[in-house]
Design a protein around this ligand. Structure first.
Ligand code: IVH
Length: 676
C-alpha cells in the first residue's frame, strides 16, 4: 500500500476512535462493544508499530481515556493517573515477570510477591484528603487532567468525608473505583448498556442531587500524591485503607509465582457470577513499594503492574431458570436465564439453549454452573456444564408438552424429506390463534426485509399489541393515532413520523409482500420465486381456489415442504381474511419478469462490506432489475466486486488474484447512471 493510503486509513481509524471516545465519555452512549473498541485500538497501535511515520496526538499510545467533558471544571492530577498493560495468557504473565527480573537485575529464582486484586470494571476517581478531610475529587480524564466531580463523589456513602486516624497522611490522593452493583443496575438497564456506563453516567450528572439517587459504591486500591505514607507494601496499604474507613476488595490476595497467580485467576473467574459487581480481570502489582519505585513506568503504564483480563467472549455463570420462547413459526426455544455476567462489555443475562434435544444432550438443568460464550453479535449460548458444581436437589428439565402461551399441544414434526423427526418442538395451533405466535408474526411483517416500516420496531409492536392497538397485519394500516399520541413517550411529531412511514409502505412488491406473510419455509428467495410465478397479487390470492397445489412443484427451487406449507396457509380462513383485507389497503406491485435487457446485462456482481444507505437486498434487486446477476462467492464467473466499508479480506484478495474488477458503491451506481 502507498504511504498516502496508509495515512488515510490511519487517520480514519483515529477519527473513529475519537468518535467512540466522545460517545463513551461525554454522552455515556457507546455505539460499539468494549471488545470492538479494543480491537480498533489494537489496529491503530499495530499500524503505528509497522509504519513509524504514523503519529497523532489522539493515538491510544498517547492518551489515557479521553479529555474531560465540558460539563465540569478541569483540574490537573498532582500525580498522573496511569493505565495498565494487559495480559491474556500465562505466557504474557511469564514475560511480565521476566521483564521485571531483568530490569531489577535479579536471577530467575528471585521470588516476587504480588498484590493480586480483582479488577473492578467501573470508573476510577482520585480523592484528595487534606488534614483528614475530603477536599476534592477528580475523574481520570486523560490521565493528566480530570474533571472536578467533588460534589457528585461526596454523595457516595463509601467515601469517608473525614478521617481522624493518626496514621492517615496529612495530604494524600486516595484512588479507587466508583461502580454500581449488578443488582442495582437491574433498575437502570433500560438506560445503559452495562453497569460501568451507568456508573459513569451517574457520576457525570450536572446536579449532584441526581447522582445521589443512584446507588454508587467506591472501592479504594491505590494512591496518587502522598506525603509521609508510612506503609512499605501494597498489602499493608490495603489493610490500612480498611482501617481508615475505605472499602477494599474482599478478594484481594498476596501471591508469588506465576503458577499461583493463574490458580487464583481461575478461582476468581469461577466466583465471578456470584459477585454483585463486575470484574473484568485481576490486577497484579509488585507488592513492595521500593521495587515499584525502581521499576517506574513506560509511556502511560507502570512496569510493576499488569491487568490479567478474563476472556472477552466466555464467562462462568449459573442458570437461574429456563424460559420457553415461542417464535413466529411456533418453534419453542428454550432460553437460559443466567446470573447476569459481563462478557466483552455486554451484560449477558440470557443464553439460548437451542432446542429440546440440545438440553437433553447436555443435560442442562436449572441451578447448573455453566460456561457461557458470546461471539460477535450471535446470541450467547451454553458451552458446557460443570457437573461437579451441580446441586444435589437438581432434577432433569422437562420440556413442556403444552404451549406455554395458548395451551395447545406441542409436537415434533416428522420431516418427510430428511425422514427424521425434527429437533424442534412446536406449538400445534394455527398461527394467529396463539398470542405469542401472533406477536412474532407481526414483528416479522414490519421487519427490514419485509415491510421495513421505520419507527415500528419490535418493542413498539409488542407495546401496541398489549394495548390492543393491533392484532392482525391489516391493523397496522388502521392505527388509532389519536390514542397513540396520548401514550407516554409519544408526541404529535413522532406520531406524524410513524403515520408517514406507514403510509409510505402501502405500496409494496409482490415478493416482499409474500415474504412478509411469514409462511413457513417461504423465505426471501422462495418468495421471489413465487412472485415470479404468480406475477400478480390476485393470481396469488386465487391459489386458495386451486384444486391442487402440485403445479407449484414445477417452480425450480420449490419442493414438497414448501408446497405443504403454502397449502396449510391457504387452508386457514383467518389467513384468507388477512389476505383480502391487505389487498384492499395495499398497492401490491406486479412482479417484474427477468429483465433480459438492461444496463447490467450479462454482468455478475458480488458485494463485500457494508454499503452506505442501501441494504444488500436493495442492491441485489437493483442488479436484477437491470438484467445483472448476483453471485455468492468470488470465482472467475464474477465480473465486479462491489466493495463497501470493512470488506472481507479474503474476498478482496481472491478478486485481486483473479483480476476481477473492484468497484465502490459510487462506481456501481454510475453504471446505472445514478449517483448516491
Ligand atoms: S491500579 C498504575 N488497581 O483499571 C495503576 N486499577 O486499566 C493503575 N482498576 O484506571 C491503577 N481495579 O480504573 C488499579 N485494583 C486495581 C484496580 C484498577 C480496577 C482499573 C482502574 C484503572 C484501570 C487500568
Amino acid at each position: 500500500m502507498k504511504n498516502i493510503k496508509i495515512l488515510e486509513k490511519y487517520k480514519k481509524k483515529i477519527e473513529l476512535l475519537k468518535k467512540f471516545n466522545k460517545q463513551y465519555y461525554d454522552s455515556n452512549k457507546p455505539s460499539v462493544s468494549d471488545s470492538e473498541y479494543d480491537e480498533l485500538k489494537k489496529e491503530i497501535l499495530s499500524l503505528e508499530t509497522k509504519y513509524k511515520f504514523l503519529k497523532s496526538k489522539d493515538s491510544p499510545s498517547k492518551l489515557v481515556g479521553y479529555k474531560p467533558s465540558k460539563n465540569f471544571k478541569k483540574d490537573y492530577h498532582r500525580v498522573p493517573m496511569l493505565s495498565l498493560a494487559n495480559a491474556f495468557s500465562e505466557d504474557d504473565l511469564v514475560n511480565f515477570e521476566k521483564k521485571i527480573l531483568n530490569f531489577l537485575s535479579k536471577d530467575k529464582n528471585y521470588k516476587i510477591s504480588y498484590s493480586a486484586e480483582p479488577k473492578i470494571d467501573g470508573i476510577s476517581a482520585s480523592l484528595t484528603y487534606k488534614d483528614g478531610y475530603f477536599e476534592r475529587g477528580l475523574s481520570r480524564g486523560d490521565g493528566k487532567e480530570g474533571e472536578d466531580i467533588t460534589a457528585n463523589l461526596a454523595t457516595i456513602k463509601d467515601i469517608p468525608k473525614k478521617i481522624l486516624d493518626k496514621d492517615f497522611p496529612k495530604d494524600i490522593d486516595i484512588r479507587g473505583e466508583v461502580f454500581i452493583q449488578n443488582s442495582d443496575f437491574e433498575n437502570l438497564k433500560e438506560k445503559f448498556a452495562n453497569p460501568r456506563n451507568a456508573a459513569s453516567g451517574s457520576l457525570r450528572q450536572k446536579n449532584s442531587e441526581d447522582t445521589k439517587k443512584i446507588p454508587l459504591n467506591f472501592i479504594a486500591y491505590t494512591f496518587g500524591f502522598e506525603n509521609n505514607l508510612k506503609q512499605k507494601k501494597q498489602s499493608e496499604y490495603l489493610k490500612k485503607l480498611d482501617e481508615w474507613g475505605f472499602k477494599t476488595n474482599p478478594l484481594n490476595k498476596t501471591i508469588s509465582g506465576v503458577k499461583n497467580l493463574i490458580q487464583n485467576y481461575n478461582e476468581v473467574e469461577q466466583q465471578r457470577a456470584n459477585l454483585d459487581f463486575d470484574i473484568d480481570g485481576i490486577v497484579y502489582k509488585v507488592n513492595d513499594f521500593e521495587l515499584q519505585k525502581r521499576l517506574g513506568h513506560i509511556a502511560n503504564a507502570p512496569r510493576w503492574a499488569i491487568a490479567h483480563k478474563f476472556s472477552s467472549n466466555k464467562a462462568i455463570s449459573k442458570i437461574l431458570d429456563i424460559d420457553i420462547q415461542i417464535g413466529r413459526t411456533g418453534a419453542l426455544t428454550p432460553v437460559a436465564k443466567i446470573k447476569p455476567i459481563n462478557i466483552g462489555g455486554v451484560l449477558v443475562s440470557n443464553a439460548t439453549l437451542h432446542n429440546e434435544d440440545e438440553i437433553n444432550r447436555k443435560d442442562i438443568r436449572i441451578g447448573d454452573t455453566v460456561t457461557v460464550e458470546r461471539a460477535g453479535d450471535v446470541i450467547p449460548h451454553i458451552l458446557s456444564v460443570d457437573i461437579k458444581k451441580r446441586p444435589n436437589s437438581s432434577s432433569k428439565f422437562i420440556f413442556p408438552n403444552k404451549c406455554p402461551s395458548c395451551g395447545s399441544k406441542t409436537v415434533k414434526e416428522f420431516n418427510k424429506v430428511t425422514k427424521k423427526t425434527d429437533a424442534v418442538r412446536r406449538c400445534s395451533s394455527e398461527g394467529y390463534f396463539c398470542n405469542k405466535i401472533s406477536i412474532e408474526k407481526l414483528k416479522h411483517f414490519v421487519s427490514k426485509e419485509a415491510f421495513n416500516i421505520d419507527g415500528l420496531g419490535k418493542k413498539i409492536i409488542e407495546g401496541f399489541w398489549k394495548l390492543k392497538l393491533l392484532k392482525f397485519p391489516q391493523d397496522i394500516f388502521k392505527l388509532d393515532y389519536k390514542k397513540i399520541e396520548r401514550l407516554e413517550g409519544w408526541g404529535s411529531l413522532s406520531v406524524e413520523n410513524l403515520k408517514y412511514s406507514i403510509n409510505q409502505k402501502k405500496t409494496i412488491s409482490l415478493e416482499k409482500f409474500i415474504f412478509s406473510l411469514g409462511i413457513r419455509h417461504i423465505g426471501l428467495e422462495n418468495a421471489k420465486l413465487l412472485s415470479k410465478h404468480f406475477i400478480s397479487f390476485s393470481n396469488f390470492k386465487n391459489l386458495s381456489k386451486a384444486k391442487s397445489y402440485n403445479d407449484l412443484l414445477n417452480i425450480d427451487g420449490i419442493g414438497e415442504t414448501q408446497v405443504g406449507s403454502i397449502k396449510n396457509f391457504f387452508a386457514n380462513d383467518l389467513n384468507l381474511k388477512i389476505l383480502s383485507e391487505l389487498g384492499k389497503i395495499l398497492e401490491i406491485k406486479n412482479a417484474v419478469v427477468n429483465q433480459t435487457n438492461g444496463l447490467l446485462k450479462n454482468k455478475s456482481f458480488l458485494v463485500t462490506g457494508k454499503l452506505d444507505g442501501v441494504s444488500r437486498a436493495e442492491i441485489k434487486s437493483l442488479i436484477e432489475e437491470n438484467a445483472g446477476i448476483t453471485v455468492s462467492s468470488v470465482s472467475n464467473k464474477l465480473n465486479y466486486l462491489i466493495v463497501g466499508d470493512k470488506p472481507t479480506k479474503r474476498k478482496l484478495d481472491s478478486a485481486k488474484e483473479l483480476k476481477i474488477k473492484i468497484i465502490n458503491q459510487d462506481e456501481f451506481l454510475k453504471m446505472l447512471n445514478k449517483t448516491s
